[in-house]
Design a binder for this molecule. Structure first.
Ligand SMILES: [Zn+2]
Length: 563
C-alpha cells in the first residue's frame, strides 16, 4: 500500500499517532515461525508502523535499529500475544457489570446473592445476570421461578445459565413475557414444565427468545463500559487478539467507533451474528470489513447455529442421549435452511463459522460445507470455514473436516469443565469422538483454540493448561481425561497463536513475531514450552504490547521499563 494511502487511512481511523521504532533487548524471546518451528531470540526490533523488523541477537539488530528507543525486558520471557479464537467480548464486559452467579456453591447462596443484588439496585427495572449452573449446585434439576420469587418477586428477574443456552425467570418475568401452560415450545426451544404442564421458570435455547424480546437492551453507555472493562481484562491476561463469536449490529457499530477513536486496544476479529437481521441486511450491502490501518477490527466472518449445548441437552445427537433416552436434542434448522444461510454468506464473501456441539449438528454443518465446496470450489474453501466447538463428532465424520477444509475451533477448557457431564450425556462409545483434538490433528484437520468466555473464564493460561493436561486445576484425573487426546505444549501454543490467526485469515500477521508481523507480544514469567503444567497455569503477565504499543503493565513486581 502507498504511504499516502496509509496516512489517509490512519487519519480516517483516527489513529494518527504512529508507534515509534523500538529495540527490545535482554529478553528470553520465543516465537513459532511460518513453518511452526520454535525460534528463540534475545532482541526484537519494531518499526514505526508497529510491525516486527527482526528478531535475533542484540548485536545483530543494533546496526539496523539506530535511533530506536531501547526497552529492557529484564530477562523475562517474551512471546507472541495469545489469541482467543472464540469469545464474546461484550458479554464478558456485561457479565462483569451485572450479577454473576458463577461462584455460588448452592441454590441458597445464589438466592442470597440475587437478593443482595436486587437491594443494591432499587432503580433497575429488570434484574439481569447469569453464570448459574445447577450441576455445580448439586441440584439434580433446574431451579424454579418460585425459588427465584423468594429472592425478588416485584421486579422481573432473568438470569442466563453459564453456557448461555438456558435462562431462569421469576414469575414476574414469565408474566411479562406472557408465558403460560398454553404457550407452545418454539422451534429449537423448550419451556421447562411441571407434571401439570405449568412453566417452571427455565427456558432452554430457542425458548429464551420469548423472554429476551422483552428484556431492555443494554444502553450504548452500558455497552461502551462493557467493552472498556472487557478489553482491559483480556489484555491483562496476555490476549492481544480475540475472535468475537457473535457481533450484533449495535456491537459492530460500537467496535468501529472504538477503532476509529483509538479506543480499541485489543484486536477484535468479529463474527457477525447470523440471527441479527438488521446487521445481516447491512452487511449484504456493505460486504465484509477487512482489517485495515492498524488492523484492530474486522468483520468478515458470520456465526450461524446448528444446535444448542450438551449440558442442557440442547445439542443435537444422531441417537438418543445416554442419560435421557427420550431425547436426542434439537437441530435449530432443517438441512436446507442452514445451507441457505451458509450459501448466502459465502456469496457475500464471508467466512462461515457454524456452532455445532452434537454429532448430528456437526454432520449437518459438514454436509453443508461439502455442498458449498461442490458449488463454489475454492471461492468457498479459501474463506476457511469453521465449526465452532466441534465437540461431539461421529468417528466416521472426523476425516470430513480435512476433506471439506473446515477448521475445528475448539475450547480446551470445555473438555475439563464438561468431563463429568459429557460421558453421562453421550456414553462410552460416542465419547471417543468428543473433544477429540488428537484424532482431528491426525486426520490432517486444523484446530484453533479459544475459551468461549464468558461461558468459561477468559484466561488463556487455563486454556493452555487444559489443552496439555485435560485435568482440572487440582490435577485430576491422573493422566488426564482421555489424556491421549491432549495436545503437547508446542501444539497448544500453536493453537492459541498461529493456528488461531490462520483461522481468521491473519497468519503471518498475527500470532507470530516473524518479520512483518504486527508487534503483538507479552512479557511473562514462565516459558510456555519449558514449564510444568502447574507453573503454566500460574503464569503471570507482566506487560502486553499491541502493534508496538504498551497497553498493559502489571501493577507491581519485576516488570521491564524503558531505558
Ligand atoms: Zn460461544
Amino acid at each position: 500500500m502507498q504511504k499516502a494511502t496509509l496516512l489517509a487511512l490512519s487519519l480516517l481511523f483516527g489513529a494518527a499517532h504512529a508507534a515509534e521504532p523500538l529495540l527490545i533487548h535482554n529478553a528470553h524471546g520465543l516465537t513459532l515461525d511460518e513453518k511452526g518451528r520454535v525460534q528463540r531470540f534475545d532482541a526484537l526490533s519494531i518499526d514505526a508502523d508497529g510491525r516486527v523488523l527482526a528478531t535475533g541477537k542484540l548485536a545483530e539488530l543494533q546496526a539496523k535499529a539506530a535511533g530506536a528507543r531501547r526497552v529492557d525486558a529484564k530477562g523475562q520471557v517474551l512471546m507472541p500475544g495469545l489469541i482467543d479464537a472464540h469469545g464474546h467480548v461484550l458479554d464478558l464486559g456485561l457479565s462483569r457489570l451485572t450479577l454473576s452467579l458463577r461462584d455460588t456453591a448452592d441454590l441458597p447462596a445464589a438466592l442470597a446473592a440475587i437478593k443482595a443484588h436486587a437491594a443494591a439496585r432499587p432503580d433497575a427495572a429488570w434484574l439481569l445476570g447469569g453464570g448459574w449452573n445447577q450441576a455445580n449446585w448439586k441440584l439434580g434439576r433446574f431451579p424454579t421461578a418460585a425459588e427465584l420469587d423468594s429472592a425478588e418477586s416485584q421486579r422481573p428477574v432473568w438470569l442466563e445459565r453459564v453456557d448461555g443456552h438456558a435462562g431462569w425467570a421469576n414469575s414476574r418475568a414469565l408474566q411479562i413475557a406472557g408465558i403460560t401452560r398454553d404457550t407452545p415450545d418454539p422451534q429449537g426451544g423448550k419451556i421447562e414444565r411441571d407434571e401439570r404442564g405449568e412453566p417452571t421458570g427455565v427456558l432452554v435455547d430457542g425458548a429464551m427468545g420469548l423472554m429476551n424480546r422483552h428484556v431492555p437492551a443494554p444502553s450504548k453507555a452500558e455497552m461502551s463500559a462493557a467493552l472498556e472493562v472487557a478489553q482491559k481484562e483480556l489484555l491483562g491476561l496476555g490476549l492481544t487478539a480475540v475472535q468475537d463469536a457473535g457481533v450484533s449490529n449495535e456491537a459492530d457499530q460500537l467496535m468501529r467507533e472504538f477503532a476509529a477513536a483509538g479506543r480499541l486496544k485489543i484486536r477484535i476479529d468479529g463474527m457477525a451474528r447470523g440471527s441479527d437481521g438488521a446487521l445481516i441486511e447491512r452487511l449484504r450491502r456493505e460486504g465484509p470489513l477487512a482489517p485495515s490501518g492498524e488492523g484492530l477490527y474486522s468483520l468478515r466472518m458470520v456465526k450461524l447455529f446448528a444446535d444448542g449445548a450438551l449440558g442442557s441437552r440442547g445439542a443435537a445427537l444422531l441417537a438418543p442421549y445416554s442419560d435421557a433416552p427420550q431425547t436426542q436434542g434439537l437441530l435449530f434448522n432443517k438441512d436446507e435452511q442452514l445451507l441457505a444461510q451458509m450459501r448466502a454468506a459465502v456469496k457475500a464473501g464471508f467466512q462461515v463459522n457454524v456452532h455445532a456441539i452434537g454429532d448430528a449438528a456437526n454432520r449437518q454443518a459438514l454436509v453443508g460445507f461439502e455442498t458449498l465446496q461442490r458449488e463454489f470450489g475454492t471461492k468457498s474453501t479459501a474463506l476457511r470455514h469453521r465449526i465452532e466447538h466441534a465437540q461431539v463428532i461421529a468417528l466416521a465424520d472426523i476425516p470430513r473436516f480435512v476433506k471439506a477444509q473446515v477448521i475445528a475451533s475448539v475450547q480446551p477448557v470445555h473438555a475439563t469443565s464438561d468431563m463429568n457431564m459429557a460421558e453421562d450425556r453421550v456414553g462410552a462409545q460416542r465419547i471417543q469422538g468428543a473433544y477429540a483434538w488428537q484424532r482431528l490433528l491426525k486426520s490432517g484437520a486444523r484446530l484453533a483454540c479459544g475459551s468461549d468466555f464468558p461461558v468459561e473464564e477468559p484466561t488463556p493460561w487455563a486454556g493452555l493448561y487444559a489443552a496439555v493436561t485435560r485435568q482440572d486445576a487440582e490435577g485430576k484425573p491422573p493422566g488426564g481425561w482421555y489424556g491421549q487426546q491432549a495436545l503437547n505444549s508446542l501444539q497448544a501454543l500453536d493453537c492459541f497463536t498461529r493456528a488461531a490467526a490462520y483461522a481468521t485469515r491473519r497468519e503471518g500477521e498475527l500470532g507470530t513475531l516473524t518479520p512483518g508481523a504486527r508487534a503483538d507480544f507479552i512479557l511473562v514469567d514462565h516459558d510456555p514450552l519449558g514449564s510444568s503444567p502447574a507453573a503454566l497455569l500460574k503464569t503471570r503477565v507482566l506487560q502486553t504490547w499491541v502493534g508496538g504499543r504498551l497497553v498493559y503493565e502489571a501493577a507491581s513486581g519485576t516488570t521491564a521499563t524503558s531505558r
